[in-house]
Design a binder for this molecule. Structure first.
Ligand SMILES: C[S@@+](CC[C@H](N)C(=O)[O-])C[C@H]1O[C@@H](n2cnc3c(N)ncnc32)[C@H](O)[C@@H]1O
Length: 321
């Protein structure tokens, strides 16, 4: 049975035409929004999914939204600030457990990574295709910019980041080039870094820009994306109520592996260990709702960003003593 066909849950329709939130219908089906439920969107972005949740809430429902990015939070305040059902907090979803209002949640959504506006605005420094300051911070008031990090990190650390978070086979070659170049002039602009990477990459059959993997890796490192995801998943599980739903959209295999392993760890008993005298008691706290959900052809045709999106949904189980 489709989740939205269950009694008590509201049917899912298409998003407003102007917005293209990824896997919109599947997310709302997965969350099974109930009218008087409390939902947390940890990655507001431009509010495409949040708006869908809000439309399904009645007067007794609540929507809590978070984003690290001040521009996303400004949009949330402008769009929903006057709605008494909505609370807005500028912070990482990794800290959702520190938000008093985030209790007994019926659903948590994490739509990971960067938003289209972050990629589109050159000044944010996320894009190798648009020259801008080499920043890449989702929260421009926290931590080091990409330029600051590249100015001081050791060659080995840069290579490790490119390899681990970008699976960039030329990681050492690129790291060496960065360290040599910065001795002559600081790397301050996205185009400078993109050109430098392109100049040292062997000519291959790759259809993507030679700096794609390196930019992804540096962005993940600068924003501590994987550590935030791990902390956010733990916090979400702790704050969901039994029957509450967790929905997470990943955009690359490193994220999806963390989400998949998190759900499995809480849903399935670990394999028996011959070194332990007795099997450890295991009580599942999550139920996986289906497997990996990907965009269908009509969405892919309308929104190329959906190509790499993978949604996983799980439900928190009641733990009986
Ligand atoms: C893919 S977009 C979300 C799009 C949104 N679902 C929509 O429909 O408009 C990701 C957003 O999550 C935010 N973000 C990423 N990691 C975050 C984190 N750890 N904590 C809070 N916000 C985060 C980014 O700043 C960005 O605005």
């Amino acid at each position: 049975m489709r989740p939205d066909a269950q009694p008590g849950h509201l049917p899912v329709s298409q998003p407003p035409a102007a917005h293209l939130p990824v896997l919109y219908t599947q997310v709302l089906e997965g969350l099974q929004v109930i009218e008087d439920g409390t939902y947390l969107d940890g990655t507001f972005g431009r509010g495409g999914h949040a708006r869908g949740v809000l439309q399904r809430l009645g007067p007794g429902g609540r929507l809590l939204v978070m984003d690290k990015d001040p521009e996303a939070i400004a949009v949330a305040e402008q769009s929903f600030g006057g709605d008494a059902r909505v609370s807005i907090r500028r912070a990482s979803f990794a800290t959702l457990g520190q938000w008093d209002q985030a209790q007994a949640l019926d659903g948590v959504l994490l739509d990971l990574g960067v938003s289209s506006p972050q990629l589109d605005v050159a000044e944010r420094g996320f894009s190798f295709g648009k020259d801008g300051p080499l920043d890449m911070r989702m929260d421009p008031d926290a931590g080091q910019s990409a330029a600051q990090w590249l100015a001081s990190a050791e060659e080995r650390e840069i290579a490790d980041v490119l390899w681990t978070y970008g699976e960039e086979r030329q990681s050492r070659r690129i790291a060496r080039a960065i360290v040599q170049r910065r001795a002559e002039q600081p790397l301050l602009r996205t185009a400078q870094l993109a050109d430098l990477i392109a100049s040292v990459m062997p000519r291959g059959k790759d259809k993507i820009h030679p700096a794609t993997r390196s930019f992804q890796a540096i962005r993940i490192h600068i924003n501590r994306e994987l550590a935030d995801l791990e902390a956010g998943l733990d916090a979400a599980l702790a704050r969901l109520k039994p029957g509450g739903r967790l929905a997470v959209i990943s955009f690359h295999s490193l994220e999806d592996r963390i989400v998949k392993q998190f759900i499995n760890r809480h849903a399935k008993a670990p394999p028996a260990n011959r070194r332990l005298p007795e099997a450890q008691a295991f009580t599942p706290t999550l139920l996986a709702i289906g497997g990996a959900i990907r965009a269908e052809d009509d969405e892919l045709a309308a929104n190329p960003r959906a190509r790499s999106a993978v949604l996983r949904v799980a439900e928190k189980l009641a733990v009986t003593a």
